[in-house]
Design a protein around this ligand. Structure first.
Ligand code: ZN
Length: 78
């Protein structure tokens, strides 16, 4: 557990993340597996398009929503 502010996953971007993009590459991951990218307001669209055109994008939620969802279960880290 850290207090560091999560930052956007876009290349070169140091802006605090607001969004969580949950994605899955069916060639690499089992269907229930979720990889996550963090995105600031500016990069949410760019990153979700990148994942979307590949058919990888599963979900886009705000960071607080994502944290709340993760906190509800104590399963293995994804
Ligand atoms: Zn960004």
């Amino acid at each position: 557990m850290t207090d560091e502010t999560p930052v956007c996953s876009a290349k070169g971007c140091r802006t605090a993340a607001v969004w969580v993009l949950a994605w899955n590459n069916p060639k690499l991951h089992t269907p229930e597996r979720r990889k996550t990218w963090l995105a600031c307001e500016d990069h949410r669209e760019h990153l979700s398009q990148f994942l979307g055109v590949r058919g990888f994008l599963k979900d886009v939620v705000t960071l607080p929503e994502w944290d709340a969802a993760q906190g509800s279960g104590d399963g293995p880290a994804v």
